[in-house]
Design a protein around this ligand. Structure first.
Ligand code: SF4
Length: 588
């Protein structure tokens, strides 16, 4: 590799402590690109369908992309994937600085195999890698653990991707936290990291790969500097969550476990209110001028440490309106705990909201909840329950399983309001109030409901590891990739990259036995909003079924197995995936 990527992938086996470096050909990078593409490639090739998600045989893949670390806004991202605790293709992407640091340290991806006998962390620095003892870090918050690693290694600029106690305890929706405040939130990949007894991956490097055309990169950077304020609206001022009140006014803000779309207290948890009341600044990710990340501090009644950043829209709604809570300080506390313990705020909020609805309906009582009065709006109970979930204590052990498994245990028709698709809790964008494309992406996503992989263009951005908030159009994205790598990528090729990544993930799920039957919406969305401007608005299941058929046809997927045909896979130049499917009798 000459430009953009290092041409080196690190393979670490924690069972036998072996460390190897692989050097794939440029063709590998151009075909699979990075991010989700790398994750899908390695899972399909190396993780057999029968592998248990939390067993040593599962693999955890940290993947950069060609633009990770390039000196241009939006390039600070990386993906992390594994077979998820839900037993599906699992991937989460994340911003911050860690990805760029790994690139500087000399690698494009890390494949973690096996399981350590005692807690360890991985230390990667300027092409070197070593496995180190993490016994003293186990049980620590992410802030404590990062500080201890930096002290031990004598470098305050070390970047960490790590888990807190939720990951250690294998909470189903544990996440991995970059730099204390950027979450690879979805799919429970933090539980997979915990199952391997891997506390952290610490990185430090000093050499970025060459850029093919630095002048072109400088020009795009200048364009961004001149235009981001106008193009990104209030994002730079308040971060995400500015339209929270507007969503409520128009009747589509996830409220009371998605039962309602209007929340009386919306203004009190909006991004504007948060920044004006408890905000202490804005931060950003590597090389990005937009700096859309809130930083908050609270002294009382809760103490919230600004080191953990602040809540973005998904958190404001999931721990706020979805739980009927309009106390911004409590939401900030919940957010801090989630980052300290490594919990996905979306799944945490939706799981608590589900428990609240069960409690209000009498399906759970105070005896079940360890004395917590779990009414919607009880902010103190929400904060307390996060502690119980992360430590898997008492009632928290049940909530740590997520809404699908909770509803299976609670029964009594509670599945009717367990808001998930394929087991993953739905993000804070109600498909009844949003575009049909978003609703379809929830249904079709191989990971279960996800709001950032809505189409093949967003899939491409994931593989390139570019932040979706950056206002680049397709031509600019093409120019960025070509300027960094020296490739002569076309828009058609970009689409192919996104499609290839999606199709590989669908193939992985098909090997696990998933079919078109699993592409379903959450039952709650087939019922209407209870009141407000969208009262009665719901997803028509017959229309959804027709739209699904059209989607399969458009994607050239078989309508029963819901995977691509051999012809399609060959057209995408991944014919080997058809061979995999045929091996398990899953090829249409
Ligand atoms: S827009 Fe926000 S999330 Fe995206 S790279 Fe910039 S600071 Fe990070």
């Amino acid at each position: 590799m000459e430009n953009g990527c290092n041409g080196r992938i690190l393979r670490v086996n924690l069972s036998d402590s072996s460390i190897m470096v692989e050097e794939p050909e440029e063709d590998f990078y151009r075909t699979y690109f990075g991010g989700w593409g790398f994750v899908a490639y390695y899972l399909l090739k190396e993780v057999a369908p029968e592998v248990e998600p939390l067993s040593p045989e599962n693999k955890l893949i940290f993947a950069l992309g060609p633009v990770t670390g390039a000196p241009i806004g939006g390039s600070g991202r990386n993906a992390i994937g594994a077979k998820s605790p839900l037993g599906l293709f699992g991937e989460a992407d994340v911003g911050g600085f860690w990805g760029a640091e790994l690139k500087r340290a000399g690698y494009d991806a890390i494949i973690i195999e096996g399981k350590a006998q005692k807690p360890v962390y991985l230390w990667i620095h300027d092409m070197e890698a070593e496995i180190r003892d993490a016994t003293d870090l186990w049980g620590r918050t992410t802030a404590e653990s990062q500080e201890m690693i930096r002290q031990e290694l004598g470098d305050d600029n070390i970047r960490t991707a790590q888990i807190g106690v939720a990951g250690e305890n294998m909470v189903c929706y544990a996440c991995i936290i970059n730099d204390l405040k950027h979450a690879a939130g979805r799919c429970g990949i933090g539980a997979v990291m915990g199952s391997k007894k891997l506390k952290a991956v610490a990185c430090r490097g000093h050499n970025l790969p060459e850029i093919a055309d630095s002048q072109a990169v400088r020009e795009i950077r200048r364009w961004l500097a001149e235009n981001y304020k106008e193009k990104s609206g209030n994002l730079a001022k308040y971060g995400s969550g500015v339209d929270l009140k507007g969503s409520s006014d128009s009747g589509g803000l996830p409220t009371h476990n998605f039962r309602d779309g209007v929340f009386e207290g919306a203004e009190r948890i909006s991004a504007e209110t948060v920044m004006e009341s408890i905000g202490v600044g804005m931060e950003g990710c590597y090389a990005c001028p937009i700096r859309c990340k809130k930083v908050v501090e609270v002294k009382k009644p809760y103490k919230v440490d600004p080191i953990y950043g602040g809540p973005e829209y998904e958190t404001l709604a999931s721990l706020g309106s979805c739980c009927g809570i309009d106390d911004a300080k409590a939401v900030a506390k919940g957010h801090e705990l989630c980052n300290a313990y490594s919990l996905d705020t979306i799944s945490t909020g939706v799981s608590i909201a589900f428990a609240m609805e069960c409690y209000e309906k009498g399906l759970l009582t105070k005896e079940d909840t360890d004395g917590l009065e779990l009414n919607f709006g009880n902010a103190a109970a929400m904060v307390e329950l996060i502690e119980l979930i992360a430590h898997r204590k008492g009632f928290g052990d049940l909530v740590a399983e997520g809404v699908k498994r909770m509803s299976e245990r609670i029964g009594q028709n509670s599945e009717a309001f367990a808001v998930h698709t394929k087991g993953q809790e739905v993000p804070m964008h109600d498909p009844r109030a949003r575009s049909p494309e978003l609703g379809m992406s929830y249904v079709m996503s191989p990971t279960g409901a996800d709001h950032v992989h809505t189409n093949l263009w967003s899939m491409f951005k994931n593989c390139a590891t570019m932040c979706i908030y950056l206002p680049y159009d397709q031509e600019q994205m093409r120019d960025i990739v070509n300027a960094v790598t020296g490739w002569n990528l076309s828009i058609e090729e970009m689409q192919k990259v996104g499609e290839r990544a999606m199709d590989m993930a669908r193939a992985f799920n098909a090997l696990l036995g998933l079919t078109a039957e699993d592409d379903q919406t959450a039952p709650r969305f087939a019922t209407g909003f209870t009141f407000g401007p969208r009262e009665g608005q719901h997803i028509d299941l017959e229309e959804l079924s027709e739209a699904k058929q059209e989607y399969y046809q458009r994607m050239e997927w078989d309508e029963h197995l819901a995977v691509p045909t051999r012809e399609k896979l060959e057209e995408l130049e991944i014919g080997w995936v058809a061979g995999k499917l045929a091996e398990y009798n899953k090829l249409p």
